[in-house]
Design a protein around this ligand. Structure first.
Ligand SMILES: Nc1ncnc2c1ncn2[C@@H]1O[C@H](COP(=O)(O)OP(=O)(O)O)[C@@H](O)[C@H]1O
Ligand SMILES: [Mg+2]
Length: 580
């Protein structure tokens, strides 16, 4: 542990008034390899020398003239000079030995000097001295490290405190009993309490009384399964202020394990402002819906009638102008409908009426309704001859919207004189509808963004074709919500194929029956099946009627814009128009 070179380089002082002793000792030590050996025969200089040179060991003769050896020892062993200086006495008188030992001497050497004894004692004493110094240095190092760590901890605590204080959300830390152990300034502001009124209190004082019971239960559940999560899921949560008023909040909770204890950090966000803006947006959307779309639809319809000769033959210029006006009003209707649909999707208000739908007639209806639009582009749309007949489980209105959207894209991006084909492939599990065009295809770099909102390929051509870039994002949302998928690929020989895959009716019916059996046992499943076969038709008709009544306001459900917007007035299907 102690390097022998350290021992040999130790600073040695010999104090003796007899020159022969000094000489003999010096010679022995030098011969053993010691490099730093000093000596003095003047007893008065000893302490001064030691203060200046800090010796590692002193070989001391107690019988010195002028100063008593014990006084010298006292001077050498003053704690502020050195707290561990080995003093080795040179041949003390037997009567002095005990006193010297008590006064702090560590050992002695006898005379005549025995070289081995001298060297061994000096070496041992120096080794102890070095160990002592090393231990002392290590202790100081540890102390310094502890100081540094403590300072770092203090800094990071301060940093944490500042971060918590700067956080624009309320932060509340609770212990395992649900008592608040830390709150930040924002919590005081949100709930109207002073910090000292909150600390030590149960968190339930911030929860409206109606929710308190459930809150305690949630707390217990969290303790069993502590993990970061949002509280409430889809439920709306409220906070309770000191003055008894409530406000809407969003809460996230995080477990914080400190030693044995599990603390819970709750982050509380006041969402009053967000709610207010949502309300404003809802009001705005419903205003747009009522005040803009309804009259616009009627303008578009009237223009359609005029252009179609409903008011008699028009002068050629008037007809041309009215045709342009009608096309533009239809574009506006489409834009409004897209925006309203996106709004509905985002607010989770898109309603679905899933039922059994025969896919072939529905596709035929979509093709028929878009015929006018296709003719405008000089494009033919047809259903592939080999297409399957199959039933899907879907919302017919929304599925029509999906197909019309894909068809309108395919038509828009087809060269004049080309065709767009629709194919149906069905098996018991899934039904796949493909819409194929012979257009320019989708640019490679745009492919990953095709289904994004407001995304349009950055070609002058795509911009020229108009549209909002919302169509495909609506398509994907609708298809996904009906349990299906939509994708696309480059068509062999040019163009694009968009494919919608939907759950087949048979599979869904079987799944539902299975679920019913699982949940309620066979009798209920049987009864359901019987109902479906027998008089339930009337019931379902009634259900559908109620559904339509519920959704027939312009704000809740857009008019069948694809039919009206794309088809010549006379071509709209009875079914679509009945939903207007
Ligand atoms: N069949 C297609 N052929 C080529 N590009 C297409 C096709 N369908 C969609 N796209 C590209 O995807 C974009 C987004 O389509 P969509 O979401 O329906 O919006 P919009 O039709 O309003 O532009 C289009 O602008 C076009 O760039
Ligand atoms: Mg489109």
């Amino acid at each position: 542990m102690i390097d022998s070179s350290d021992i040999l380089n130790a600073r040695i002082l010999i104090v003796d008034d007899q020159a022969a002793n000094v000489r003999d000792l010096k010679r022995m030590l030098a011969a053993a390899g010691y490099t730093s050996i000093a000596a003095t025969m003047d007893s008065r200089t000893v302490c001064k020398l030691h203060r200046r040179n800090r010796y590692d060991i002193v070989l001391l003769d107690l019988q010195m003239p002028d100063l008593d050896g014990f006084q010298i020892m006292q001077g050498l062993l003053e704690p502020e000079v050195d707290d561990f200086l080995p003093i080795l006495l040179i041949a003390p008188k037997p009567s002095d030995k005990m006193r010297a030992l008590q006064a702090g001497a560590k050992d002695f050497i006898s005379k005549p000097f025995d070289q081995a004894e001298v060297l061994m004692r000096v070496h041992n004493m120096l080794e102890v001295r070095m160990l002592h110094v090393a231990a002392k240095n290590y202790g100081e190092f540890l102390e310094q490290m502890v100081d540094e760590r403590t300072a770092t901890l203090r800094d990071s605590e301060e940093l944490f405190r500042q971060a918590v204080e700067a956080c624009p959300s309320g932060m509340v830390m609770t212990d395992h009993d649900g008592k608040m152990v830390m709150v930040n300034t924002e919590t005081e502001r949100l709930f109207g309490y002073r910090r000292d009124e909150l600390l030590g209190q149960p968190i339930e004082i911030l929860v409206p009384s109606g929710l308190r019971h459930r809150h305690a239960q949630h707390r217990a559940n969290f303790a069993c399964r502590p993990e970061e999560r949002r509280v409430g899921g889809s439920r709306e949560l409220s906070g309770l202020r000191k003055d008894g008023t409530e406000f809407p909040v969003e809460i996230g909770i995080n477990p914080i394990q400190t030693g044995e204890e599990l603390l819970v950090l709750s982050v509380v966000v006041d969402i009053s402002e967000r709610k207010r803006i949502e309300r404003l947006k809802d009001e705005f959307v419903s205003t747009v819906s009522h005040e803009l779309r309804t009259p616009l639809t009627s303008i578009s319809g009237s223009l359609g009638l005029l252009v179609g000769g409903g008011a008699g033959k028009l002068p050629e210029t008037a007809e041309r102008l009215l045709t342009i006006a009608q096309a533009n009003s239809q574009r506006l209707v489409r834009l409004l409908n897209d925006i309203l649909d996106i709004e509905k999707i985002e607010s989770g208000k898109l309603a679905f009426d899933l039922e059994k739908i025969a896919i072939r007639p529905l596709i035929a209806q979509a093709i028929e309704s878009i015929r006018g639009f296709a003719e405008g582009y000089g494009v033919r749309v047809r259903l592939e001859a080999g297409s399957d007949s199959a039933d899907v489980r879907a919302d017919s209105y929304r599925l029509l919207q999906v197909i019309t959207n894909l068809l309108s894209n395919a038509i828009k991006f087809s060269p004049r004189g080309q065709k767009v084909t629709v194919a149906i492939q069905g098996d018991p599990d899934t039904v796949r509808i493909s819409v194929r065009d012979y257009g320019p295809g989708i640019p490679q770099d745009f492919k990953p963004r095709v289904f994004e909102k407001f995304a349009q390929a950055d070609t002058s051509d795509a911009r020229h074709k108009g549209g909002t870039g919302l169509g495909l994002s609506i398509v994907r949302e609708i298809v996904t919500r009906m349990g299906g998928q939509v994708d696309f690929e480059d068509a062999p020989g040019g163009g694009t194929i968009f494919r919608v895959t939907l759950p087949g009716w048979k599979r869904e019916a079987a799944r539902e029956a299975g679920l019913a059996t699982e949940a309620h046992g066979a009798p209920l499943a049987l009864r359901k099946a019987q109902l479906r076969r027998s008089g339930s038709r009337a019931a379902r008709g009634e259900q559908r009627r109620q559904y339509r009544a519920r959704n027939s306001t312009a704000a809740a459900r857009p008019a069948p814009f694809r039919c009206r917007a794309f088809a010549a007035p006379a071509a709209g299907s009875a079914r679509c128009i009945s939903r207007a």
